[in-house]
Design a protein around this ligand. Structure first.
Ligand code: F6P
Length: 328
């Protein structure tokens, strides 16, 4: 036990959609706790495991050989029961059996909303580490997994481009992002997409058809990158509507889906996860709670969880403008 720390026993879990780099963050949290002489407990399957009491003591070797692995050794889940007061009470009873007085939650906006409710009701100190491929949290330039996921998507779209070109086809490629277009915007620019459809931009069907028609006389193939959460619907819906206007070309749809969430994390994500893992433990030791640690302009900063989850239209308008100018 560390007499200089505001907390003594730390619980650690991953929650919501997994992201590449979560293991690197787990490793950093566990090793930082051990370095500072704090007891560290892992909780499997996020809030669901907390409700079931799936809690175990971790040590330095529990996290050996995981920094390069995708997924999460602690497993992840989305728990409906934790959204209820009764569910949170069960979770609290279980962590109390282990005298856990503080928690590091690695996840996205839903996980952080759960953390806020838990802290408010039971006074457990909660610090968030941003782990989601969506990059849709305020208070960090990058969330853990976003860099890897965008590189995975770029690799896949490059391959689609080859076959699109060979057959003179129009391809709609859907990338993840239920509420946000960060993955679509970055990958669309990187792959030279003809158009990028994201919820924050609200592009109308007429505008899309116009862009594609203007390019068609000189271009053989075209790629449209669609964010899963686009306001016009997913890639299948949009392709169906656009198809009639381009009868001389075959229209195809590819949904990249969950392959974007897997794979070995990039160097960037491993370093980001390691930095944020240490920062989370040091924040708890300093008595901080109800905050998320993030990286902005290479500095580690802290943001109240409430602000982190209220994602405003943070899409970089310069990137959007760039995408439109250079896709002609
Ligand atoms: O974690 C975020 C995310 O990958 C979103 O981009 C996507 O909409 C969602 O998770 C998919 O969730 P699930 O794996 O539960 O289908």
């Amino acid at each position: 036990m560390n007499p200089n720390s505001a907390v003594k026993r730390v619980g650690l879990f991953t929650s919501g959609g997994d992201s590449p780099g979560m293991n690197a963050a787990i490793r950093a949290v566990v090793r930082s706790c051990i370095y500072y002489d704090l007891d560290i407990y892992g909780i499997r399957r996020g809030y669901a495991g907390m409700i079931e009491g799936d809690i175990f003591r971790m040590n330095s070797r529990s996290v050996s050989g995981i920094i390069q692995r995708g997924g999460t050794i602690l497993k992840s889940a989305r728990s409906m029961e934790f959204k209820t007061k009764e569910g949170r009470q069960k979770a609290f009873d279980n962590i109390s059996k282990h005298d856990i007085d503080s928690m590091v939650v690695i996840g996205g906006d839903g996980s952080f909303r759960g953390a806020q409710a838990f802290e408010a009701e039971h006074g457990v100190k909660m610090v968030g580490v941003p782990g989601t491929i969506d990059n849709d949290l305020f208070g960090t330039d990058y969330t853990i997994g976003y860099d890897t996921a965008t590189n995975t998507a770029v690799d896949a779209i490059d391959k689609i481009k080859d076959t699109a070109d060979a057959h003179d086809r129009l391809f709609f490629v859907e990338v993840m992002g239920r509420d946000a277009g960060f993955i679509a915007l970055k990958t669309g620019i990187s792959c030279g997409a003809e158009a990028i459809m994201i919820p924050e931009d609200n592009m109308k069907l007429d505008e899309l058809i116009d862009i594609l028609k203007k390019g068609r006389p000189s271009k053989n193939s075209s790629i449209v990158v669609v964010a899963e959460g686009d306001n016009l619907g997913g890639a299948f819906v949009i392709a169906e509507k656009v198809k009639e206007q381009f009868q001389q070309y075959e229209t195809k749809v590819t949904i990249l889906g969950h392959l974007q969430r897997g794979g070995s994390p990039s160097c960037f994500d491993r370093v980001l996860a390691s930095r944020l893992g240490l920062a989370a433990v040091e924040a708890l030791m300093a008595g901080k709670s109800g905050i998320m640690v993030g990286q902005v302009h290479s500095d580690i900063i802290q943001t109240p969880l409430e602000q982190a989850t209220k994602h405003g239209p943070r899409i970089n308008q310069d990137l959007l403008r760039l995408a439109k100018i250079i896709s002609i």
